[in-house]
Structures are given as C-alpha cells and as structure tokens.
Design a protein around this ligand. Structure first.
Ligand code: PAF
Length: 283
C-alpha cells in the first residue's frame, strides 16, 4: 500500500489508473479505524479494480463547540489496518493541502440538510459535501462507499451526485455494530464505562420501534413517545431528535410504512451519538 499526502500526486495516480482502464473505489473516512471502516474497505474491494481510502479530519464540518481538536488521530495504526485489508492507496492530505489560503468555495445541498442533524449542527453538511466533492475530484472514483449510520449524510451525498451529474455510484454499507448492538463509531472511545452502558438506550429504542412496527403500530407520534421514554429513563442521555421519516425525502411522517426510517441522535454525557434503522431492513 502506498500513502499519498499530496492531492496532485493522488490525481496523477488516479489518471494513470483510469488511463489503464482500471476502476477506482473510494472509502472516505476521518480515520481512527474500527471494524466499521474495515468493512467499507472490504466492500470496496468487490466494487472496483483498485481501492483508495482517504483519511482527513475535515475541520469545516465541525462546529466551534465540537470535537475537532479532540478527534482521535492514529495514522500509523490506521495505515497498518488499511494495508491488511488490501487497500492500494491511503490518501491522507493535510488541512493546508485541502484548504489552501484563499479557499472560498462551499457546496450546499438545500432542503434535506435543514433538518435532523442539520438543525443541531449548522453548517456541518456544507462541510461534508464540500470535502467529499473535493475528494471526488482528486481521487476520481467510479464508486464511493459510505456507512449507513450517517443516514442523512448518505442521502445528501446521493442528492449532490445526482444534482451535479457525477458519474459515481454511491453505495451505503449496512451499520456495523458491537456485540451488544451499539453502532460502531470513532466517538465511542470518548465514552466512560457508565456512558457506554447508557449509550445502549439508543439501540434499545431502535429495537423497540422495530418490534412495535412489526406488531402493527404505525402511528409515528406514538412510537416517538415510546422511544423517548426509553432514552429519557437514563439521566446520562439527552435526546437531540427522534424522527420517523421517509427514507428518500427525509420528510417527517405521521403514519409510517416499510419505507420509513427511524433516526435517533442523543448526547451521552458530552458525546453526541447517532443511530438509525430502516424498518423493512434486516439490519
Ligand atoms: O462520515 C465521515 O467520516 C465524514 O463525514 C466524511 C464522509 C469522511 C467526510 O469528511
């Protein structure tokens, strides 16, 4: 595996690969790899001839009160893990490489960014779409793979690719969970032992909503109330939102169906966690 830091060298590699008739799969990440990231890389290997994983903790998607400075960074360990997964290129640019002085462009997807995480993290999705647009232009992937845990992010990126006529297939990888059900996240490392336990209320709320839907409950408000009760029973948990939305439009629903997705965001201690389930899914 080769580690490339410079965007221009990355593009030169991509041009050569594409010129030789190869396809490229990209897994964009912010590093601090766990099993979730590794499964994206494994999936990538089946989607294209060559795989690129990017590691870039993107400052412009973090709010001023968020954890940019604290975000775990472990390039050497990550590189060893990516190499084991057979990744060809690890692209790890610096902030100055990605946002040189004078950088002034932002990509905004309207509508679906103004709800859910967009409400409590203003500007977050502009940061995500801008950096992913840059990564697409630098790495020139045929296909890009993102985790479904960030369900809204995935929907926004699909919309961006469609609206901007990018010929890039976007694949959503199922959520990868710990044995006890907690969705894997680099931010789980912030949790104390008691917070780690409290975080399981998110999974509990998800399982509850799925079960009640299977039993025939379709009233979204009723399900939201029941899920809220599960989360607010634990004093370490502060709910940000609990929503039942259409999985394509992300519009709130009053009556849910197999196409609905239940999304939860909550702070456990000071750590913000998200999780979701598509109701028809096995996941
Ligand atoms: O999901 C993430 O890790 C990030 O939001 C992404 C897509 C790598 C952009 O910085």
């Amino acid at each position: 595996m080769e580690i490339i830091h410079s965007p221009s060298q990355m593009t030169a590699w991509a041009n050569q690969a594409l010129g030789a008739g190869k396809t490229i799969a990209l897994t964009p990440t912010m590093g601090a790899f766990h099993e979730g990231h590794l499964s994206l890389m494994r999936m990538a290997r089946h989607q294209a001839d060559l795989t690129v994983t990017s590691i870039f903790v993107n400052p412009i998607q973090f709010g001023p009160e968020e954890d940019f400075d604290q975000y775990p960074k472990s390039l050497a360990k990550d590189a060893a893990m990516a190499e084991k997964e057979g990744v060809e290129i690890l692209f790890a640019p610096t902030v100055a490489d990605m946002y040189p002085e004078g950088f002034q462009t932002l990509i905004t997807v309207k509508g679906i960014t103004d709800r859910l995480c967009g409400l409590s993290r203003p500007g977050h999705f502009d940061g995500v779409t801008t950096v992913v647009a840059k990564l697409f232009n630098i790495v020139k992937p045929t296909v890009a793979i993102f985790g479904r845990k960030d369900f809204q992010q995935l929907a926004i990126l699909r919309k961006m690719v469609c609206d901007l006529n990018w010929d890039i297939e976007i694949i959503g990888h199922p959520i990868v969970r710990e044995e006890d059900g907690l969705a894997m996240s680099s931010r789980n490392t912030y949790l104390s032992v008691t917070e780690r336990q409290a975080a399981l209320t998110l999974v509990k709320s998800i399982k509850h909503v799925r079960q009640r839907f299977r039993e025939g409950e379709t009233n979204a408000e009723q399900l939201r109330c029941e899920a809220a009760k599960i989360l607010s029973d634990n004093d370490k948990v502060t709910i940000d939102y609990l929503s039942l939305v259409d999985q394509r439009t992300l519009n709130d629903q009053t009556v849910i169906n197999h196409d609905s997705v239940f999304l939860v965001a909550a702070k456990v201690g000071t750590t913000r966690l998200i999780d979701n389930t598509v109701l028809f899914d096995e996941n």
